[in-house]
Design a protein around this ligand. Structure first.
Ligand code: UDP
Length: 491
C-alpha cells in the first residue's frame, strides 16, 4: 500500500543556513520520487516556511512545540539569525530537549499512517533523532549541510582536541591521510582555548556518538571536490556517505526579505546590469553572522580603498555599543556618500541571483558551506573571512586543497584593511594567482554541473548517489519494493 508508506520526514536545525538547503532537498526528493515529505520545525519557523513552498508542491509542514523562554532565549526567537553568539551556544544545547516532542510527533504519524515513516532525514545537530527513528523502525539519515572536508576537520579537531597534546605548533589531524596537518594559528579561539568537558564540548561529543548509529549521511557536495572529507566520514562513522550536491535553490532570497524580495531582486539586477562583466565583488557573511565592529570598519575602509564595485550585505553588528540602528553609527563617517554609485549596501540579498550574474567576479564570504557551493556553482573564487563553526576549516581546505580561495585572516585574528585591499586586488585583477583561482573555480563549476545531470543516457555522480541513497532506504523498509524512478509531480 504505497500511499501509507509514503512519508519522508525532514527536520532541519533552526537556522536559515540549514532550513534553506533542507527545503531545497525536500523539493528535489518530492520531484524525484513523488512521495509525501513532512517538513518539521518550530511553529515560529513553520509560518515563515509556508510561503516559500511552491504551489505545485505538496510538502506538508508540521510544528514541533518549542518554548524559547524556557531555555533563556528571547521569546521572539525564530532562527540563529537574531541571536548574538553567546545565545547561539545556548540554542545548540537545547537540541536534546526536543527529543520527547519529536518522538510524539513520529508516534502520531505512525498512528495516522499505520506504519513508520520511510525515512527520517535529520539535521546533524539532531543526532539523537537516530534513536527515535530506530525505535519506530525507520531508516535514518543525517543531511550534513556543511561540506565533507570542512566538517571532517571540525569533527576530528573537536573530538580529539589534538592541539592540547601537540608537541609542535604544526601537528597532524587525527583520522586524516598522512601529511595533513594544521597550525595552531589556524585554530579559531573557541577551539584553541576550550577546556575538555565544557558544555559545548560535551554536547558535540554526544552528538558525534549519536552519529555512529545513523544509517547514512548525505552531503551537499561532490566527490571530486571533497573526497578527503567524505572518505574521513566513511571510515570514522562507518556508514554509507552520499555526496548529492549541489543542492541549490533561490529560496534564500525570499527567506527573509518577505514581500520586499521582488523589489530588492529587481533593484540588484538593474544595478548589476549597469556594471562591466566580472567587475563586482559580492560581500556577505551568511544568514546569522556579521564581523565585529572593528572588523566592519577595516572592511569598509578596504572596500573604499580598493576602488572596485561591490555589493555588501551588511546588518547592524550584534551587541555593539555603536549600534544606533543606522549605518552611520557603525560605518566610517561619510562612507555611504563616498562609495555612492559603485557600492550597493543591502540588509538581505538575493544571493544566488547575485552570484550567477555576469557582473559578479568574486565572493568575499564567511565561507559558510551553502555560500561556498553557491559561489563555486557559478565558477567564482572566494576571499574568506571565517568566524565560527566549520568555516575556518572550509576556508583552509578551499585554499590549500582546492586552490580557489584566499584567506583574509588566520584563526580568530582580524584582517587589516591594507591586507584586504591587496588580496581583493589579487582576486579581482588579472594577476596570475587570481586567474589561476578563477580557472580552478570554473573547473569545479563544470564538475558540479555534470554531477547533477540525470538524463536518459547519462547520470552524473550526484544523481547516482541520490539513487543509491533511495535504494538503501527502500531496501531497509521493504526489500521487495524497488524505488520508483519516474517523477510523479511536475513542477
Ligand atoms: N542568504 C541569502 N541572502 C543573504 C544571506 C544569506 O540568500 O543576504 C542565503 C545564502 O544564499 C545561503 C544561506 O542563506 O543559502 C546561508 O548559508 P551559509 O551556509 O552560507 O551560511 P550560514 O548562514 O549558515 O552561516
Amino acid at each position: 500500500m504505497a500511499e501509507t508508506k509514503d512519508n519522508i520526514v525532514m527536520f532541519p536545525f533552526m537556522a536559515q543556513g540549514h532550513i534553506i538547503p533542507f527545503l531545497a532537498l525536500a523539493l528535489e526528493l518530492e520531484k524525484k520520487i513523488g512521495y509525501t515529505i513532512t517538513f518539521v520545525n518550530i511553529p515560529q519557523n513553520i509560518k515563515k516556511i509556508q510561503p516559500l513552498i511552491p504551489t505545485s508542491s505538496a510538502i506538508r509542514l508540521l510544528e514541533i512545540p518549542f518554548d524559547p523562554s524556557a531555555h533563556g532565549l528571547p521569546t521572539s526567537f525564530e532562527t540563529t539569525e537574531s541571536l548574538p553568539p553567546l545565545l547561539m551556544l545556548r540554542l545548540f544545547l537545547t537540541s536534546p530537549s526536543l527529543q520527547p516532542a519529536f518522538r510524539k510527533l513520529i508516534s502520531d504519524l505512525v498512528h495516522q499512517h499505520r506504519q513508520p515513516p520511510l525515512c527520517i532525514i535529520s539535521d546533524m545537530f539532531f543526532g539523537w533523532s537516530v534513536k527515535v527513528a530506530h525505535e519506530f523502525g525507520a531508516f535514518h539519515a543525517i543531511f550534513n549541510v556543511g561540506g565533507g572536508s570542512g566538517m571532517s576537520l571540525f569533527h576530528s579537531l573537536w573530538l580529539n582536541l589534538p592541539h592540547k597534546k601537540a608537541k609542535s605548533e604544526e601537528f597532524p589531524i587525527p583520522g586524516f591521510p598522512e601529511g595533513h596537518s594544521i597550525h595552531v594559528k589556524q585554530l579559531p579561539d573557541h577551539i584553541y582555548y576550550v577546556v575538555a568537558g565544557d558544555p559545548w564540548c560535551s554536547f558535540l561529543k554526544q552528538m558525534f556518538q549519536d552519529w555512529l548509529e545513523t544509517d547514512g549521511m548525505l552531503f551537499n557536495t561532490i566527490e571530486e571536490m571533497d573526497h578527503i572529507g567524505l572518505e574521513y566520514f566513511r571510515k570514522q562513522i562507518g556508514c554509507p556517505v552520499w555526496p548529492i550536491g549541489p543542492i541549490l535553490s533561490s529560496l534564500g532570497s525570499k527567506a527573509r526579505a518577505g514581500e520586499e524580495a521582488q523589489s530588492t531582486l529587481d533593484h540588484c539586477m538593474k544595478w548589476l546590469d549597469s556594471k562591466p562583466e566580472k567587475s563586482v565583488l559580492y560581500v556577505a557573511f551568511g544568514s546569522q553572522l556579521q564581523p565585529s565592529p572593528s572588523q566592519t570598519i577595516e572592511l569598509a575602509m578596504a572596500l573604499e580603498a580598493s576602488g572596485r564595485n561591490f555589493v555588501w550585505v551588511i546588518r547592524p553588528p550584534k551587541n555593539s555599543a555603536t549600534n544606533t540602528g543606522h549605518r552611520n553609527g557603525w560605518l566610517p563617517r561619510g562612507f555611504e556618500q563616498r562609495i555612492h554609485g559603485r557600492g550597493l549596501l543591502l540588509e538581505w540579498a538575493p544571493q544566488l541571483e547575485i552570484l550567477s550574474h555576469k557582473s559578479t567576479g568574486a565572493f568575499l564570504s564567511h565561507s559558510g558551506w551553502n555560500s561556498v557551493v553557491e559561489a563555486l556553482t557559478n565558477g567564482l573564487p572566494v576571499l574568506a573571512l571565517p568566524m565560527m563553526g566549520d568555516q575556518h576549516f572550509i576556508a583552509k581546505m578551499l585554499e590549500e586543497e582546492t586552490g580557489v580561495c584566499i584567506g583574509l585572516a588566520c584563526g580568530s585574528s582580524e584582517a587589516k584593511y591594507k591586507d584586504i585591499v591587496e588580496k581583493i586586488e589579487v582576486m579581482m585583477s588579472g594577476t596570475c594567482k587570481g586567474k589561476d583561482m578563477k580557472t580552478k573555480a570554473c573547473k569545479i563549476r563544470d564538475l558540479l554541473g555534470i554531477a547533477k545531470k540525470d538524463e536518459k543516457n547519462f547520470k552524473g555522480a550526484s544523481a547516482i548517489a541520490m539513487d543509491d541513497f533511495l535504494t538503501a532506504v527502500f531496501d531497509k523498509s521493504t526489500p521487495s519494493i524497488a524505488p520508483p524512478t519516474k517523477p510523479q509531480i511536475s513542477q
